[in-house]
Design a protein around this ligand. Sequence first.
Ligand SMILES: [Zn+2]
Ligand SMILES: [Zn+2]
Length: 273
Amino acid sequence: MQEYSYHMHTNSFGIFDGHNTPEEMIRKSEELGLKKIGISNHLAFHPNMPDQSKMFFSDYHQACDLYKRVIDEIRTVSLNFKIDVKVGFEVDFFASTQWRNLFEKMREDIKADYYIGATHYLRNQTEDYIMNLYYLQRNPQIEINKEDITVYLNIYWDNVIESIKSGYFNFIAHLDVCKLFGYCGGSEWDDRKKEVIETLAKYKQPYELNTSGWTKIGEQHPYEWMIDELNKKNVPIIISDDAHCVDTITQHFDQAESLLKKHNYTNRYCPFL
Ligand SMILES: [Zn+2]
Ligand SMILES: [Zn+2]
């Protein structure tokens, strides 16, 4: 079994969406026999970010202050444990120059150990309409018309592709997370997924096999055919549980190992060797 896990969340400061403290997550990881872990709470910042969660920030300084406190908290707690603990963030990437400039400054300000690239939003081209997919799911009264959804989903794939090209990230999270919400399941979207595969291969960008989908929709991220294609192109893969509580740390790791074995997938990624 993979003895490291670099995608997990905490409930730090009552702000983030995990259910346990860093201390609880670290202790449980150690008990489970993991040798190295990383805690990666959401970094969701954009000047036009709507007020959809206390985890989302439109104010640069407010966001930075919190991220620095989280890093301090985790680094301090980890001193009490043997297991190697890194502090990263699961970053919501946005493609605009405005966001990139701010993120580049933020990286210098907060100095986390690593960054995971993610896309959890539907947005328009100009990034003044930003809609979190989970927020949309929880608020079914919000309706988006069909033509707009098609535009937003194309931008979703563009955003994933641009996040790969950016070079900001150690690995890219759940490439097809949109399928959790019933989007892009059909083969009419396969060309966009193939573009993602080509870009990952071209940039030799590691990506994750995210096991959390097995519990949520009976299927991992990304699709098995994508994993198969990415293996043929020798793109490095890391298994992630995306744990939001102690009970899901290393969840479905055995199943993930079996899937990789089935495809003879040997190019495994670890951000800290
Ligand atoms: Zn995510
Ligand atoms: Zn996550």
